[in-house]
Write a protein that binds this ligand. Structure first.
Ligand SMILES: [Zn+2]
Length: 341
């Protein structure tokens, strides 16, 4: 097991030293521990699921983001524990990627809760357009849910007895939002800022500008100057020890580095998507891997220009890379996630 475990690898940065053999786990951060306010709990999940931010004591108990579908049982249990027997009345999504909205349907079935989604994608949810909602081109699963309400940018919503502003967070997903509580100095940053990096700039893969948008989102965060950031993946971090400034500085230099050579974002995206699928499926044949690569290219026009090779050849290189970093073992043409080895 590597000494430093980076939990927030997915949809973000893929590094050779990440320990992907670690079993999914959950850590609960509560307001009893500084620096979080006592009105919320952050449930930090394992590899496939986003964090859940739970406001248990509200008139309408609410969770922000619901994780990935295959971890739904854990999601139900963890959120149930955080609610201490109360019924969940509302889900609020920062964005609709499968690892943030994959538990929506299950929680809605269990609790009968309302679902609030970010602006711009209500039509896609109504039609359940799996291509434009990103599920097809990422080869990820997200059970269909129905939404009850659409957030508006710049409006304030009440969570945990405090007012939280809905802010735009374009870059990783142009429809993504963040939640900002000015009075507490707390930012719920989704995949716009993690302690180490931010999510893949997906729009660029489809030929839609995204680097400048991500840079602008980082500027906005800099202006807010949060005391505490609750990211979509990984542990909350605080300015008390300079961690927010450090994360912002690193993120700014990373977006610069990516925009100088867009292929870097595409390479990262491919590795992250394949590693995610491998962790979900546990075993993938090289043929399945190649089909995934092909599906990724189909939904992301701009990627094809970077990779003239056939999907099979790319899959073979990716398999070697996953093996090299210890994420998987190749057995008779089948890639086996290392956790099962
Ligand atoms: Zn995302």
């Amino acid at each position: 097991m590597a000494p430093s475990v980076e939990k927030s690898w997915h949809f973000g940065q893929f590094k050779g030293d990440q320990d992907m053999s670690r079993a999914p786990h959950a850590l609960v951060h509560t307001g009893g521990m500084k620096p979080l306010p006592p009105t919320l709990q952050v449930i930090e999940r394992g590899w496939l699921s986003s964090n859940h931010v739970v406001f248990a004591d509200d008139d309408a108990p609410t969770v922000i983001d619901t994780g990935y579908v295959t971890e739904g049982e854990g999601t139900l249990r963890l959120i149930g524990e955080a609610l201490k027997g109360r019924r969940l009345e509302r889900i609020v999504n920062t964005h609709l990627h499968s690892d943030h909205a994959g538990g929506n349907a299950l929680l809605q079935a269990e609790h009968g809760c309302a679902i609030w989604i970010p602006p711009g994608e209500a039509g896609l949810v109504e039609q359940w357009d799996e291509e434009r909602l990103s599920y097809r081109r990422t080869s990820q699963l997200c059970p269909r849910f129905r939404h009850d309400h659409v957030l508006r940018l710049d409006e304030a919503i009440e969570l945990g007895g405090e007012s939280w502003r809905v802010l735009p967070a374009a870059g990783h997903d142009h429809a993504m939002v963040m939640f900002w509580c000015e009075r507490l100095g707390v930012l719920i940053s989704a995949d716009a800022l993690w302690q180490k990096g931010f999510g893949v700039i997906f729009p660029e893969l489809a030929g839609i500008p995204g680097f400048g948008e991500q840079a602008a989102t980082l500027e906005l965060i800099g202006q807010l100057a949060p005391q505490v950031v609750i990211p979509g993946h990984g542990a909350p971090f605080s300015e008390e020890d300079g961690a927010v400034s450090a994360a912002l500085a690193a993120a700014r230099s990373r977006i610069q580095w990516l925009s100088e050579e867009p292929r870097r974002n595409a390479d990262n995206a491919l590795k992250v998507l394949l590693a995610f699928k491998l962790l979900e499926a546990k075993r993938l044949s090289l043929a399945e891997l190649a089909r995934m690569v092909a599906a990724t290219f189909e939904g992301n026009e701009a990627m094809r220009a970077f990779y003239p090779q056939e999907p099979e050849a790319i899959a073979a290189v990716m398999a070697q890379e996953l093996e090299r970093v210890g994420a998987a073992r190749l057995e008779d043409g089948v890639l086996v996630a290392q956790a099962l080895a």
